[in-house]
Design a protein around this ligand. Structure first.
Ligand code: IMP
Length: 201
């Protein structure tokens, strides 16, 4: 069975992505299988740039086909902030909760609450970027936290398509419409078409 590295140490992402890829006949490794895998500095100006950097550097280090995703929450009224800086919006080493509270605070007097989650996933072989895929979902920033599921900004993002926050959705419900679910559904097609990765064995 072909091994693919998912280049992240984020356990919330790992849980979601394992579920999304569960029907692929692959063995999914993570950064926890490579204790010496260098932490990739996310210093590119776009989520695509960061995803490509993480996937290519981790593929080169590990020697395995590698997937890496980068996600941002882009809020219209804040000129697309926090965007590429979503992880450290409230400062270096801040918690998910710090980020949510900062965003609610910034949006305090703002009535236009439209926002978009975007994920770019990159797929690389050692020495070669194979493909990138993007997934997006539109929503609105709530006025308070609603729902205890998910992670990150999930409790304050109400998806237009369901009228529920990601914090109120089960993992399966979120996966069907989420930025990450959509990006990975596209990359699954690429993985299945790669001759070096035999997903039927
Ligand atoms: P990353 O750079 O891809 O790890 O994501 C940046 C930040 O966006 C994370 O630290 C989370 O706060 C947030 N984030 C990423 N994915 C999601 C999601 O699916 N729901 C809510 N927040 C997320």
């Amino acid at each position: 069975m072909e091994k693919i590295l998912l280049a992240t140490r984020n356990k919330d992402k790992i849980a979601e992505i394992k579920e999304i890829l569960k029907d692929l006949d692959i063995q999914l490794l993570t950064a926890y299988d490579f204790p010496k895998l260098p932490e990739v500095i996310e210093d590119r100006s776009t989520i695509a740039g960061n995803a490509i950097k993480k996937a290519t550097e981790s593929a080169n280090f590990s020697g395995f086909p590698t997937l890496a995703d980068d996600t941002g929450l882009f809020v219209n009224a804040l000129n697309d902030a926090p965007g590429v800086y979503s992880a450290r919006y409230a400062g270096e080493n801040c918690s998910y909760k710090d980020n949510r509270l900062k965003l609610l605070q910034e949006m305090n007097n703002i009535t236009e609450r439209e926002a978009e989650f975007r994920t770019v996933v990159a797929f690389a072989f050692p020495g070669k970027l194979i493909a990138t895929a993007e997934g997006k979902v539109l929503g609105k920033i709530t006025r308070k936290e609603i729902g205890a599921n998910g992670f990150g900004y999930d409790a304050i993002f109400r998806a237009i398509e369901t009228g529920k926050t990601f914090g109120e959705m089960t993992r399966e419900e979120k996966e069907k419409i989420s930025h990450r679910g959509r990006a990975f559904q596209k990359i699954i097609k690429v993985i299945k078409s790669e001759p070096r990765i035999d997903t039927d064995q």
